[in-house]
Design a protein around this ligand. Sequence first.
Ligand code: ASP
Length: 328
Amino acid sequence: MISTPPVPLIAIHGGAGTISRASIGTEQKAAYQAALKDVLLAAQQLLAAGGSALDAVSLAVDLLEDCPLFNAGHGAVFTHDETHELDAAVMDGATLRAGAVACVSRVRRPLRAARAVMERSEHVLLVAAGAEAFAQACGLELVDPAYFSTEARRAQLQRARSSDATLLDHDAAALVFRPSAAGAPPLDEGSKLGTVGAVALDVHGNLAAATSTGGMTNKRPGRVGDTPLIGAGTYADNRTAAVSCTGSGEMFMRVVAAYDVCARMAYAGQSLAAAAQEVVMQVLPAIGGRGGLIAVDALGNLSLPFNTEGMYRGFARVGEAPQTAIFR
Ligand code: ASP
C-alpha cells in the first residue's frame, strides 16, 4: 500500500493574554493579522517546496522576531531594570534534538542561536554571556541591546512598575502573576503579550517546534521562563506532537505543559485536540496558569487552545489560504 504524503502545515502564535476587543483598534488588528499572514505565506512556501518542518519553524520565528509588534527580538519587553533578556528554543521531532538559549541580550536572532546550540554544540541550553559568546563564535549577529528597545515597550514597563510597586516588596517571583484582591492581574496584561512560536509538519511527516520571547514585562533580571525549557514551553516528537506555548511561564514550567500534551497522547491515547484542550483549560487554570499553545501532530491535526481572551495566531496548509485570528 502506498501511503499518501501528509499535507505540510505551519501554525504560528504571537502571544496570548487579555487583548480587550474594545482597546484594540481596527488598524492595529489589521496590522497584526497582516504580519501573521506574511509570516505564514513565507513558511508555507518553504514547506510547499519540500522544505523541512525545522526550517519552516526557524524561518517563521526569524520573521516574527524581526517584527516589532511581537515580544521577541526587536520589540522585546523590558526587565524591571530596563534591560532585555531574551529566551528561545527549538526542537526537531524526528530526532528529539533540541537547542535553547536564555537570558541573552545581544544576540539579534535568539532562535538562530538556539538552533546553533542544537546543531553545533553537544549541549541543549546555554545562558547569558556563555550563550552570546557561543553565538558569536558561530558567526551569528550580535547587536547593542538598544536594538531590541521600542518606546511602546518602555511605556509598558512604566505602567507595570507603577501597578506593581507594592508587590515588589514581596518575593516577586511568586507574586508577579498572583491576582490582586480586586481580582485584576497585577501586571498590565496587554504588556506581556507577544511571545512568538511556530509548529510545523513537513511533507516527510516530520514535526518541529520553536518559541522565542522577551519574557514578561518587569520581570526580575535573571528570570527564565518556560520558553527555553524543553518540555515546558517547547516540545516536538514525531510520535505525538509539536507544541509551542505562550502565557504565564512559571505555571507552564510547573506542569511541564508542552510535554504534558505529548505525554497524554502517548500514555493515555488522547487525541491532539483532547490533550491540548485539557492542558490549557484544566491543568493550567488549576494553578492560575493563563495563556495558550499551538500544536500539530504527524497526521496534520491542529489545535490552538487558549484560556485568555485572545491569542494572536494563524495557520496555513500547503495549497490553502492562510487563516489568522486574534479572538475566539
Ligand atoms: N511564556 C513567556 C514567559 O513566561 C511569556 C509569554 O508567553 O508571553 O517568558
